[in-house]
Design a protein around this ligand. Structure first.
Ligand code: IPE
Ligand code: IPE
Ligand code: MG
Length: 249
């Protein structure tokens, strides 16, 4: 099945309400490289310019939160040379983008099972978070070494520990309290989920938080995704009828 890949202008994107929080599964780097007979890491490198595009585009359009799925916990099972290339690109991204992000008022936070990362990668992340911590134009949340089931299991464990210590009555555990034990506690749930490259799946991304997100799947491969594609998704979102299980009266 092939889906439309509409683009829109910034004016069109801004001509009505925009989602507060957009999340993106940035998929298709490997296919982009494969079509050009290039090694997969070349696709990941090319994908970095799309990261820049959507960050700038989201800020221009007035989105408040942008969450980007950069590396899943399952991605650790890829060949070592691909994982190493991705980690090297992460460090390069921080090195080359840090100052510009900070100047543009972009605040970056990183979440996931960061214990799995090398000390060099962890220190690059800490540096990025520190340098951009004053940003108020747009919050970018990068999911790295992230898996949603693991996140929910960890949240359940943290609540169980508090209950076992007598600090929390198990009957007081509700959706709000569970949500507050997730990485994403401080942010609103995503309103719009974009996935590039056409796969119709969530791949262990924000399972809890996406409960009522609108889904937007495009065949465009991630390295080909531009801000105009993002604006197209924002315009499409505006046409959605979000009912949250209720009916229009
Ligand atoms: C997304 O592109 C980037 C990561 C998962 C790190 P892929 O590498 O999954 O690209 P495809 O899906 O093989 O084309
Ligand atoms: C999801 O893409 C993870 C990221 C984009 C970081 P994958 O390419 O890993 O997902 P699957 O294997 O198609 O489900
Ligand atoms: Mg993929």
């Amino acid at each position: 099945m092939s889906r439309d890949t509409p683009t829109a202008s910034l004016d069109a994107a801004r001509s009505g309400p925009v989602p507060r929080h957009v999340a993106i599964i940035m998929d298709g780097n490997g296919r982009w490289a494969g079509r050009r007979d290039l090694p997969r890491w070349e696709g990941h490198r090319a994908g970095m310019s799309s990261v820049r595009e959507v960050i700038e585009g989201a800020a221009e359009a007035g989105v408040a939160h942008l969450t980007l799925y950069a590396f899943s916990e399952e991605n650790w099972s890829r060949p070592a040379e691909e994982v190493d290339a991705l980690m090297a690109l992460l460090e390069e991204y921080v090195e080359t983008q840090r100052a510009e992000l900070s100047e543009k008022g972009i605040r970056v936070t990183v979440f996931g099972n960061l214990d799995m990362l090398s000390p060099a990668a962890r220190s690059a992340i800490a540096d990025l978070e520190r340098t951009t911590s004053e940003g108020a134009a747009l919050e970018v949340h990068l999911a790295i070494s992230y898996g949603s089931r693991g996140e929910i299991v960890e949240a359940a464990r943290a609540l169980a520990r508090r209950a076992a210590d007598g600090e929390l009555d198990p009957d007081d555990i509700d959706a709000e309290r569970l949500a507050s034990a997730l990485y994403t506690d401080a942010w609103p749930d995503p309103d719009l989920l974009i996935r590039t490259s056409g796969e119709m799946r969530i791949s262990n991304f924000l399972l809890w938080q996406l409960a009522y997100a609108e889904l937007y799947i495009t065949d465009v491969l991630w390295p080909d995704f531009t801000r105009e594609h993002l604006f197209g998704a924002l315009v499409d979102f505006r046409g959605r009828d979000r009912r949250y299980g209720s009916v229009r009266t």
